[in-house]
Design a binder for this molecule. Structure first.
Ligand SMILES: Cc1ncc(COP(=O)(O)O)c(C=O)c1O
Length: 432
């Protein structure tokens, strides 16, 4: 069990969370290596070892630090990055370039150049104009790069609108109109500068049913068939994205990877037999499902305001700066007073942050023990899209992050200080 209650206190991966808060300060991101490794193991056992010619590229946007790159490499996964900064982080950590894939709907020339210079494994191309840029760079540098096309499969997934990416009205991917997709495919098939590996789709995030994945898969398979029929070209790879949901609260009906992947693999194998082609190598891009439940955030409780008959506000020393998800898309979390973990939860309170926004609320109507200034409040399942989305709003420094494993803790991101936060700021001469 990653989460336990011992001596009235919350323990996470064997560490006393109150001691962690004392040692490293708050707000504090705490990542469990055991939990991350466990999810990677599930991917290996139920996908990578079960099916030949498969890869899993961890979607770095969910949580990325140098140490995380080391864990992902050690666990045998590839890496999906979406910016020069993510790419740089992976390379700086010594992650093998050929195991990196670059996604993104608006890659800059500099980012593409960097990716091609590093010799990364794949670029997932978002449109014909991007292909032309890549061809120019490859011509200049006398390099050849593997590419896939990200398609917009035109399916609507059952998740918040902001994390649904596969619908037709989307900034991601290439629309599937014949006069858009086929000229792009033709150009890629005939290009001297790229190896055209195939198609990629990603339907959305935090999904608990496989309908949109299966629908998008049919669209991709049709495209593979059309590419073969029109250009006598069999695409050797298919990337089916990530999006596998996790448990934030009891409402979330979390499924194992196999629930999503087995039916898709069955269908891809059947399709390949029918078309008499070698089954394409299948790639997945899980992010949230690897790290989401592996993280908690620790805060210190400050001001408590009891507005009689209305609501009790319990303010913590972080908020939307370290977890924007509740404000951005009404994400729901659960939490506990870590130093009163075994006390009855008789109070209903609103856990809010310290930013100057009324929307800076982390949990509405949380059931807790009686809160007091100085308590340590822990929020669960904050491992994905928290640290990576953090900001300096109100000039709040970014929190530290620690990696915990079986009772031991190591700092993996130092707390930002005021000096560091203002280091890039410059006062023009005339204002001095
Ligand atoms: C292209 C792509 N791949 C993978 C992911 C990871 O999704 P998730 O974290 O839901 O697994 C995303 C998330 O937005 C994405 O855009």
């Amino acid at each position: 069990m990653i989460t336990e209650i011992k001596n009235k206190t919350l323990y996470f991966d064997g560490c006393n969370t109150v001691e962690l808060a004392e040692k490293y300060g708050t707000p504090l991101y705490v990542m469990s290596e055991t939990a991350i490794v466990e999810r990677c193991r599930e991917i290996r056992e139920t996908f990578l070892s079960k099916y030949e010619r498969t890869r899993a590229a961890y979607a770095a946007k969910a949580f990325l630090t140098l140490s995380m790159c080391k864990i992902i490499e050690r666990e045998g996964l590839c890496m999906d990055v979406v910016s020069g900064g993510e790419l740089y982080t992976a390379i700086k950590a010594g992650f093998p370039a050929e195991k990196i894939e670059l996604n993104g709907n608006n890659k800059s020339v500099e980012e593409l150049e960097l990716a091609i210079e590093y010799g990364i494994g794949r670029i997932i191309v978002d449109g014909l104009d991007e292909l032309k840029l890549i061809e120019e760079i490859c011509r200049e540098k006398e390099r050849k790069v593997n590419i896939l096309y990200r398609i917009t499969p035109g399916v609507k997934s059952d998740s918040h609108d902001y994390i649904v990416t596969g619908k037709k009205d989307s900034k991601f991917g290439i629309p599937l109109d014949d006069d858009v997709i086929f000229p792009a495919v033709e150009q890629a098939v005939n290009s001297e500068h790229v190896n055209f590996m195939g198609f990629h789709f990603h339907v959305g995030s935090q999904l608990h049913n496989n309908e949109s994945h299966l629908k998008a898969l049919e669209t991709a398979l049709k495209l593979i068939k059309n590419t073969k029929d029109r250009y006598s070209y069999v695409t050797p790879e298919l990337n089916i994205g990530g999006g596998f949901g996790i448990r934030y609260t009891d409402v979330d009906d979390k499924k194992p990877y196999s629930y999503f992947l087995d039916p898709m693999m069955e269908r891809i194998e059947e399709f390949s037999r029918e078309l008499k082609i070698t089954r394409p190598e299948v790639v997945i891009e899980p992010g949230r499902s690897i790290v989401g439940e592996a993280g908690i955030t620790l805060y210190t409780v400050g001001t408590i305001k009891d507005i009689k008959g209305i609501r009790k506000y319990v303010s913590v020393d972080g908020g939307m700066t370290d977890n924007i998800r509740p404000a951005l898309y009404q994400a729901v979390y659960e939490g506990i007073i870590a130093n009163k973990a075994d006390e009855p939860k008789n109070e209903i309170v609103t856990i809010c942050g310290k930013c100057c926004e009324s929307g800076d609320v982390l949990i509405r109507d949380a059931k807790t023990a009686e809160p007091e200034r100085g308590d340590i409040f822990a929020i669960f399942s904050t491992g994905a899209y928290n640290y990576t989305m953090a900001s300096n709003y109100n000039k709040n420094p970014l929190p530290a992050a620690v990696l915990v494993k079986e009772g031991k803790s190591e700092i993996i991101v130092k707390r930002q200080d005021y000096e560091h936060m203002t280091a890039n700021e410059v006062i023009p001469e005339y204002l001095k």
